[in-house]
Write a protein that binds this ligand. Structure first.
Ligand code: F0G
Length: 481
């Protein structure tokens, strides 16, 4: 990237884009001030004039053709049925079939009327989403016997009905792709030429991939020495310009906001409200997979709090549209060494905390979360809670998920550790239906909490194998006994 990155305050979106974005407003989560997306003389806005973060507001309406079919005087249940049909038809599109353009197979753009109502031609996509919802509860596995290995997870959690939504199955291996595809689509619509973020590694990998896809330059700020190897490699391989800073994620976050303002680069942290909109698709997709029966609890790891905000908002919208009849309770789980949100929660959100973060779960090593105000609102609205878990608890839960054959990165395992703790405390009841989000793929961090590979090299003969196996301990086999 040229040192004098082109300033972009002269961004001029096309007329059709202007029309599409006219219905969209940005609302301050604190003082409720409304802003248009396109402000004359201003490239992009990420904060209210009062300093707080913004929330995207769009009128949610069915495509005109479906509204007509659903009847002249639309009842909420007719409208909800029409939405469900629309999403079911789109979900049924098979890869490679005529009409199944990548964007049509996307588990984000499937819900585009609820996310960003722009013409289909304007979106970019890697067919993100469509991730597996694993049923791992002890009852569920006894019923199906499909994957006995999974039952260990349900037993460990102490739950009969537990689902794991594995967002590590996204194109770049984390849930970040859901928000990033919308953020980068917006960047392109706004005429940006470069995009930037601060990151603990997953956002940067996702940004680098989608920016490359969209033909944009990418600039990422990472805390030096604190990002897992898989994420660094991805970010570089996709061609991003990487700047490692002598400081933590929170310092990188402050810096990138200044850099973007100063150089007119489009900011793609979850401070950007369109990223949050895309992440809502996790909730819509899991509800669709559960046939629109809301679970009792939704449990997720919490760092910068963008995802907590997004899921809470999505559930509220799904309830308002009649897609579900009640809100699941959110449980946001933080690492005990990176727990500012937990501290505020314990004090009834009397004040906002910032901490010097320290945890093995580097993805959520965040001490001053940007989306605090948004996330607080959603926790209060759904009678949710915030819990903390120690590093040993995270690593123990990760080993359980890994050994079941699914695997995840450390931050994701905070969910299972949190569920176990909440079940043991009697807060989540053993018969309640719980969905946990696994946010990142095992390969993202191939060192933390992973057994070291044995470096025993043997001669290629049976006797040597026998000797080695004897040393390793007995192998049990169900057929030979
Ligand atoms: N899990 C993983 C694997 C993450 O990468 C992150 C955040 C979170 C959970 C927390 O989500 O920030 O929305 O509360 N990673 C960001 C990044 C900060 O830069 O990749 P959150």
């Amino acid at each position: 990237m040229d040192a004098s990155v082109d300033r972009q305050e002269e961004i001029q979106p096309s007329l059709s884009v202007r029309q599409a974005l006219e219905e969209v407003r940005l609302r301050c989560v604190a003082c409720q001030t409304l802003y248009p997306v396109l402000e004359p003389g201003r490239a992009a806005r990420y904060r209210c004039d009062c300093g707080e973060v913004l929330d995207v507001e769009i009128p949610l309406h069915l495509p005109a053709s479906l509204a007509f079919q659903a009847g002249a005087a639309l009842q909420t249940h007719d409208e909800a049925a029409a939405w469900r049909r629309l999403f079911a038809e789109r979900a049924a599109l098979v890869p490679g079939a005529p009409g199944a353009a990548v964007s049509r197979r996307s588990g984000v753009w499937r819900y585009r009327e609820l996310i960003l109502p722009i013409p289909e031609e304007a979106v970019i996509s890697r067919a993100e989403g469509n991730t597996t919802l694993y049923a791992v509860g002890s009852d569920q596995q006894q019923e199906t016997l499909a994957s006995p290995g999974l039952q260990r997870i349900g037993d460990y959690a102490g739950l009969a009905q537990l689902y794991l939504k594995h967002e590590g199955e996204n194109p770049t291996g984390s849930f970040k792709d859901r928000g990033m595809v919308v953020g980068v689509t917006m960047a392109r619509l706004m005429g940006a030429r470069a995009v930037a973020c601060a990151s603990t590694g997953n956002t940067s990998a996702s940004l680098a991939s989608y920016a490359a896809l969209a033909g944009l330059q990418a600039l990422v700020f990472l805390p030096a020495g604190q990002v897992a190897g898989g994420k660094l490699s991805q970010t570089l391989a996709y061609g991003a310009h990487m700047v490692q800073i002598n400081g933590d994620f929170d310092a990188a976050m402050q810096l990138v906001e200044q850099v973007c303002d100063e150089l007119g680069i489009y900011l793609l942290n979850s401070l950007n409200p369109f990223r949050v909109e895309g992440q809502k698709a996790i909730a819509f997709e899991l509800l669709q997979q559960l046939d629109w029966q809301a679970p009792d609890w939704l449990v997720l790891p919490a760092g910068n709090l963008g995802n907590t905000s997004a899921l809470g908002k999505a559930f509220r919208q799904a309830r308002d549209l009649g897609l579900i009849s009640r809100l699941p309770r959110l449980a946001a789980i933080q690492a005990a060494g990176a727990n500012p949100f937990y501290r505020s929660y314990r004090e009834g959100f009397a004040r906002r905390h910032a901490v010097q973060a320290q945890t093995v779960a580097s993805a959520i090593k965040i001490g001053n979360p940007v989306s605090y105000a948004r996330a607080r609102l959603v926790i209060e609205e759904c009678a949710g809670l915030v819990e903390e878990v120690s590093d040993p608890e995270i690593l123990e839960a990760k080993a359980v998920i890994d050994r079941a054959g699914i695997g995840c990165e450390p931050a994701s395992a905070a969910t299972l550790a949190g569920i176990r703790k909440l079940v043991r405390a009697g807060i989540i009841k053993p018969n309640e239906r719980v969905v946990a989000i696994l946010t990142g793929n095992l390969l993202k961090d191939h060192q933390t909490g992973v057994p070291r590979a044995e470096t025993v090299i043997i001669d290629p003969d049976l006797a040597s194998v026998r000797r080695t196996l004897d040393a390793l301990g007995p192998l049990t086999s169900s057929s030979s006994g």
